[in-house]
Design a protein around this ligand. Structure first.
Ligand code: NAP
Length: 339
């Protein structure tokens, strides 16, 4: 069966997802698209060769009888309404992060999905599909370094644009770590502290950079993450899990080691898009196959909700300079962990 897909939002990631779904992955076809900028959507549909119908509203794409499933890649504030409309229409939806821009909004999606009685929503936390993180998780699950005690992590980016300000280092950047550590450790968070240290002269006026986020999990695992988005030298994702009998680290992306010009070393990526490019393919192929089976296999609405609650706690902890509890309700049975 070919899954017929409607795309809502044809900006950067929407275009990339549309191309990979239509041309690269198996079992899917993009049949309808919408963007708030209809001219841009029309141009994309033609120029990309997808030649899908361009419909004049997001709701029209959701309602189209030949659309089996939706990809929401519009800007964050539109996600909640669009995902709720997909649930109302009973159609599966892959929503790029964030699921909603507030925890309350994400909770409304959880409640609507539970009410509908069927899991329909997957959130675009693609790190769970990265080969490196999967290898690290397999190592931890096998007990190779014993129980996890500590995690030392870093999310470094060479530079960010002027529009990247304030708490975007949490809502746009750290949100990926928030999701992936829970999955990696099979745990949830209980408290957070955010520390603003010395500011780099490379950060623009609206941004305090770097910051350190300290999370504590239910099992007592302590996670420190450096978020440094004006680091200049590369897009560098680090994750080292200290266990009882050893340390397991996220593998570095493949790069040819060099001995040259009286130095030895290897390259560091500069573009975030390249770091997880393979994981987008794995993520969406898995989504297509699970959707055809009538399942949600990846990060679900509950994971999107937990990420929003945690991000809000991080923002509050940063503002108050306090260690704050992260209050999460019990995971509903509807969202029971699989496997
Ligand atoms: P973008 O380039 O700004 O694209 C968003 C597109 O959606 C724009 O074309 C925008 O039109 C359109 N849009 C805005 N409101 C809309 C609405 N109500 N209905 C339909 N279309 C609407 O942003 P992006 O980088 O693609 O990011 C899109 C989403 O994906 C964001 O939530 C972002 O956080 C997420 N994302 C995730 C990853 C990841 O690694 N998982 C990577 C990148 C982005 P206008 O430009 O005319 O407003």
């Amino acid at each position: 069966m070919t899954l017929r897909i409607g795309i809502i939002g044809c900006g950067g990631i929407g275009q990339e997802h549309a191309r990979r779904l239509h041309f690269k992955l198996a079992g899917a076809q993009v049949v309808a698209i919408n963007d708030i900028n209809l001219a841009a959507a029309t141009q994309f549909s033609e120029m990309s060769g997808i030649k899908a119908r361009v419909l004049d509203s997001d709701q029209a794409v959701i309602d189209a009888p030949d659309v089996d499933a939706l990809v929401v890649a519009s800007w964050g504030p539109a996600h909640e309404e669009q995902v709720l409309a997909c649930i109302k229409a009973g159609k599966p939806v892959f929503c790029e992060k964030p699921l909603a821009v507030t925890a309350e909004g994400a909770r409304r999606i959880v409640d609507a999905e539970v009410q509908a009685g069927k899991k329909l929503v997957q959130v675009g936390f693609m790190r769970r599909y990265d080969a490196g993180y999967r290898a690290l998780k397999a190592t931890l699950d096998a007990g190779t370094v014993g129980d996890a005690l500590l995690v030392h992590a870093a999310h470094r980016n060479p530079a960010v644009p002027e529009m990247y300000v304030g708490d975007m280092s949490i809502t746009d950047t750290f949100i990926h770590e928030i999701d992936v550590f829970r999955w990696l450790l099979d745990d949830d968070y209980v408290s957070v502290q955010v520390i603003e240290g010395r500011k780099t002269r490379n950060a623009h006026a609206g941004l305090h950079d770097p910051i350190t986020v300290l999370l504590e999990t239910r099992q007592g695992i302590r996670i420190d993450t450096e978020i440094y988005v004006a680091c200049r030298f590369g897009y560098d994702i680090q994750c080292h899990v200290v266990g009882e009998t050893g340390v397991a680290s996220l593998p570095e992306p493949m790069s040819v080691p060099l001995r040259s010009n009286a130095r030895q070393g290897s390259g560091i990526l500069m573009d975030w898009k390249l770091r997880f490019i393979d994981s987008y393919d794995v993520e969406l192929q898995d989504w297509i196959e699970a959707t055809v089976r009538g399942e949600v296999n990846g990060p679900d609405a509950w994971d999107g909700y937990v990420a929003s609650v945690t991000a809000e706690a991080c923002i509050e902890a940063r503002k108050t300079k306090q260690i704050l509890p992260i209050a999460l309700p019990e995971r509903p049975a509807f969202y029971a962990r699989q496997g």
